[in-house]
Ligand binder design. Structure first.
Ligand code: PLP
Length: 508
């Protein structure tokens, strides 16, 4: 119900036409197209209307509405996709774009964007070529696969494999592997979408080879294994390895050949998620199996992301026997989910670095961030502390370099604590929650740290260049200038929940 007092306030709202003659709006009109400005003004009036209807006590006069309209119009001119400083210590941070590309990959992207290219042109044949050809040989070389195809992302890869090989038939999957990754990717949903009938076997914590064996029917198209990515079952658990799935599939395929009930073979397919190309020995028992290992263990097909542990652009790579990959290449989804030229350029350049494993660990930022020993980060942490101390008055905060734990993110190595160093800011003026908000919301280049016990931490492991230290220091200086004016007033007392960070989370 609209109250009489609200009706009064609504009626007092200025008309759009009137507002368009306000000097600040006229200035906007001189710079931006009229429909854009009109739209911003209309949205600002709508926002004012909502404020009144929600009975918020804020003033909503013409001045407030004009300011709001200016903000909305100016926001259109600022890119929405912006650089951020990732000092969160989460390396493959899905909210922050996962992997930073290697320099040579960045150059390849720029060149592909600037010029015409051989995207679908075969210069040897002087005829039309295939965009699938650019990375295939490299992927095969690095994984030991016979053939490969890369599509938009790994979710697309899973979708395509299930549609091509299991549509209208059955795919057997362990109940311990029915995972959700990053909110919108859930194995049961992808199954439904691809029209594959999901046959769940085992229990949440334990699945045995016999569970798969009992579920095998002439309708079975594949044994699906899904990397649990962002969680681990620990304790009383058991899962079935690729080798055992291979043996089951071989037996079933032999039965089918003998009896002639079905001429389609049962495939073993692993959705590997992170998809490591090199074994990260620094993680010991936590090291993820490589794609080559899964293939050698007996997978017919393996799929994985391009921008997780691989450290390249967003992509989904499928490897396996040529006869399977050829079917995928002919699937109409391959056309719908294909890579664009800039991604192909970045992927090819990234894969080329892997030809020399040592170079890969040094030049691919994701791998370098994962494998750099903590001691090597100490000078960077000290430099960041010095930069902050130089800009932030002593009475505002206590600054220290502290040992901390970084995370791989991207659904890889979830149990693995990666030793790192961070700069800890303890607040003598203001507080961590407000500061975090200011660093994220009020900066041209947002700075993402991490709250711990009412202090803000800036992990140097995920910084991509030295200049970011100055950006963090500038951002902190700007925050403290707001909370601690030179007059030296006492800081505002605030209540704040412990460890309640509001920074982006990394679900995948
Ligand atoms: C991350 C992940 C996916 C989704 O990959 P995208 O490249 O993000 O589409 C699928 N399966 C598993 C097991 C994953 O870890």
């Amino acid at each position: 119900m609209v109250q009489p007092s609200q009706r009064e306030r609504l009626r007092a709202l200025p008309q759009i036409e009137e507002l368009l003659h306000e000097p600040r709006i006229e200035e906007l009109l001189a710079r931006l197209a009229r429909p854009i400005v009109v739209d911003a003004v209309r949205q600002a009036v709508d926002a004012a209307r909502q404020t009144i209807l929600a009975d918020e006590p804020r003033a909503v006069d013409a001045d407030v509405i004009v300011s709001e309209a200016c903000l909305r119009a100016l926001r259109l001119e600022r890119p929405s996709l912006r650089r951020v400083v990732n000092a969160s210590g989460v390396i493959v941070h899905t909210n922050l774009g996962r992997s930073v590309l290697a320099e040579s990959a960045v150059e390849a992207v720029t060149e592909a964007a600037r010029s015409y290219s051989t995207l679908e042109y075969d210069t040897d044949a002087m005829a039309r070529g295939s965009r699938h050809a650019h990375c295939e040989q490299l992927i095969c070389l690095l994984t030991g696969a016979e053939a490969a195809i890369a599509v938009n992302n790994n979710a697309a890869a899973v979708m395509m494999v299930l549609s091509e090989f299991a549509s209208g038939r059955e795919a057997i999957v362990s109940r311990g592997e029915l995972v959700e990754i990053g909110g919108s990717f859930r194995i049961p949903d992808i199954m439904m979408l691809s029209r594959a009938a999901m046959v769940e076997v085992g229990t949440t914590n334990k699945t045995h080879p016999a569970d798969y064996e009992r579920a095998l029917t002439p309708q079975t198209a594949m044994l699906l294994k899904v990397h649990p990515s962002n969680y681990r079952l620990i304790g009383f658990t058991e899962s079935v390895g690729v080798g055992e799935l291979r043996a089951l599939a071989d037996e079933e395929n032999a039965r089918r050949t003998q009896s002639g009930v079905s001429d389609e073979e049962v495939l073993v397919y692993e959705d590997q998620g992170s998809g490591a190309l090199v074994r990260l020995d620094c993680f010991g028992e936590y090291a993820e199996p490589t794609v080559a290992e899964s293939l050698r263990a007996g997978c017919d097909l393996v799929s994985f992301s391009g921008d997780k542990l691989l450290g390249g652009p967003q992509a989904g790579i499928i490897v396996g026997a040529k006869r399977h990959i050829d079917r995928l290449k002919r699937n109409p989804l391959a056309r719908a989910l294909r890579l664009d030229k800039m991604t192909i350029a970045a992927l090819e350049a990234t894969l080329q670095i892997y030809l020399d494993e040592e170079r890969a660990l040094a030049e691919i930022p994701t791998l370098a961030m994962l494998s750099t020993p903590a001691e090597a980060l100490l000078p960077r942490a000290k430099a960041l502390r010095a930069a902050i101390e130089e800009r932030v008055p002593q009475e505002c905060a206590r600054i220290a370099v502290v040992p901390e734990i970084a995370r791989s993110g991207g659904g890889a190595l979830p149990m693995c604590d990666i030793d790192t160093f961070a700069v800890r800011v303890e607040f003598l003026r203001g507080n961590a929650l407000d500061c975090e908000r200011a660093l994220i919301r009020e900066r041209e280049v947002p700075v993402i740290g991490r709250i711990k016990k009412e202090a803000l931490l800036f992990d140097v492991r995920t910084l991509v260049e030295d200049a970011e230290a100055a950006e963090i220091a500038d951002a902190l200086a700007a925050y403290f200038a707001q909370v601690a004016p030179p007059s030296g007033e006492a800081p505002l007392a605030r209540t704040r929940p412990e460890d309640a960070g509001t920074s982006p989370s990394d679900p995948a």
